[in-house]
Design a protein around this ligand. Structure first.
Ligand code: NAD
Length: 258
């Protein structure tokens, strides 16, 4: 196994070293080492109180916004406000700074890529740190809404008193068309797609690896558990993103990736 791992890593380093346009695609797994659990790992006590199937549905939010905001206060805010980028996020940011990574397409809503210094981040599911008024569009900071929540639930917009909603795509809402187009273009233009920390089961994550392969790019998977795309990937690295990405960044020519 040690020999096989060394071979896989060497192959991955060789692919990264020769790639001319690299795009990363990230899921919840890249942030697990920052202390933000993936849905499947989220601790059961939270899910005994909040149903993981419905809490992120737009119909639930409309029906019972107070319950959603209680979840925000107790689970999401706590996890996200304490999280810091880990070596995986930082390695991708360093690759971009060095001109060795075109962009990061992410399903995550935690803003950790930007916090690590990534500039070109295509957010497919929005960002929970931005909170918008559904009536007047006023933008509120994450921390400000947390403060308002100590006094009132649901929290009213500071400008017009309207309903606030995190700027994220809830289940049952369409994905932002502009971000989807941008992601499609980035994949069409790349010669290497590295998918990191995503089970690749939900659209559009499930469509991106195939698109990359169809258009002639190499496909690399960095994921702790197997995915349905392992068989079409050029190399699969079943390891943690925080360990592997700094090594890949060095192979891409980045001297000090973290
Ligand atoms: P997912 O479907 O993206 O799967 C996570 C994958 O990451 C799993 O296959 C797991 O084996 C792998 N993984 C876990 N830790 C890893 C690590 N350190 N290195 C490499 N791989 C690792 O995630 P999900 O939790 O089922 O989430 C579904 C949706 O919810 C996605 O859109 C996801 O991005 C979103 N979500 C986002 C956040 C966030 O913003 N941080 C957190 C939870 C869920």
């Amino acid at each position: 196994m040690v020999g096989e791992w060394a071979e896989r890593l060497a192959r991955a380093e060789e692919i990264v070293a020769r790639a001319r346009q690299i795009v990363a695609f990230t899921g919840a797994g890249i942030s697990s080492e920052s202390g933000i659990p993936t849905y499947r790992d989220t601790n059961d006590a939270i899910w005994e109180k909040y149903d993981s199937e419905t809490i992120a549905e737009i119909s639930h939010f409309r029906r019972d916004p107070r319950n959603f905001w209680r979840f925000f206060q107790e689970a999401r805010y706590v996890a996200m406000s304490q999280a810091e980028p880990n070596p995986g996020h930082r390695a991708l940011a360093a690759m971009e700074r060095a001109g060795r990574l075109h962009s990061v397409i992410t399903q995550n809503i935690d803003g950790l890529h930007q916090q690590a210094g990534s500039q070109r981040v295509i957010e497919l599911h929005g960002n929970t740190r931005r909170i918008l008024c559904l009536e007047c569009g006023e933008r509120h900071a994450f921390e400000e809404v947390y403060e308002i929540l100590q006094l009132r639930n649901p929290p009213p917009c500071r400008a017009c008193g309207g309903m606030l909603k995190p700027d994220v795509v809830f289940f049952g809402e369409p994905l932002p068309a502009a971000a989807l187009m941008e992601a499609g273009q980035a994949i069409a233009d790349c010669d290497l797609l590295i998918a990191i920390g995503s089970s690749l089961v939900v659209y559009p994550a499930a469509a991106l690896p195939e698109q990359a392969k169809r258009q002639g790019a190499d496909l690399m998977l960095v994921n702790l558990t197997p995915t349905a795309y392992d068989s079409i990937a050029d190399v699969v690295l079943p390891a943690s993103a925080g360990e592997v990405l700094p090594a890949l960044a060095r192979a891409a020519g980045v001297a000090d990736p973290i």
